[in-house]
Design a protein around this ligand. Sequence first.
Ligand SMILES: Nc1ncnc2c1ncn2[C@@H]1O[C@H](COP(=O)(O)OP(=O)(O)O)[C@@H](O)[C@H]1O
Ligand SMILES: Cc1cn([C@H]2C[C@H](O)[C@@H](COP(=O)(O)O)O2)c(=O)[nH]c1=O
Ligand SMILES: [Zn+2]
Length: 194
Amino acid sequence: MFLEPTHSRSAQHKPSLGWIEVICGSMFSGKTEELIRRLKRAKIAQLRVEIFKPASDTRYHDEDIVSHNQNSIRSTPVLSASEILLLAGDCDVVGLDEVQFFDESIVEVANSLANQGKRVVIAGLDMDFKGIPFGPMPHLMAIAEYVTKVHAVCVQCGDVANYSYRIVDKEETVLLGETESYQARCRACFQASI
Ligand SMILES: Nc1ncnc2c1ncn2[C@@H]1O[C@H](COP(=O)(O)OP(=O)(O)O)[C@@H](O)[C@H]1O
Ligand SMILES: Cc1cn([C@H]2C[C@H](O)[C@@H](COP(=O)(O)O)O2)c(=O)[nH]c1=O
Ligand SMILES: [Zn+2]
């Protein structure tokens, strides 16, 4: 289980920088649960936490971040990554969900927040329904200090699932949905159907 890192602030010459954590995996793998767990612990530690998600993700709730098992936390929906810099203010921890839907500018925003001394916790899909790296996620995984990959259970065979298989005949990359449109699948069950 991921525990909050302790970053030494002892050296006089060392500026107090933050860091970036990425939680990635397929749909139903527990990314949002893990994000909520980390952010609730930060709140218990009396840290000031701000949470953002793309305004386009309206699946469960306009403002709350909600996991597939209905755990939730309040967030601010934003239309663009640049809004996050304006709204983060003097908080200690920034949480970001569904980050695959932001454009590449989220990379500079995340770096900038971490360089201001903030802990930045990011959750997002590492691959789209074709198994292709999704949006800015590979770049964020490269620059993050900590990357956690979580896994779902394959609904076909019960093995560890790494893929989000689309069960509806739609080709656009962005298609919001749940179990009516997607299944968590292992490599073998994913490959067998594409
Ligand atoms: N195939 C599956 N494998 C694992 N968990 C699943 C599956 N289908 C539904 N779930 C539920 O989804 C929860 C994880 O939800 P969530 O954190 O929202 O995932 P993610 O953000 O990665 O899509 C699990 O705790 C479980 O209750
Ligand atoms: C694979 C894939 C997913 N999406 C959408 C479907 C959901 O609305 C979100 C993922 O949510 P989760 O919290 O990870 O379950 O993304 C998409 O638009 N395109 C895809 O290829
Ligand atoms: Zn399988």
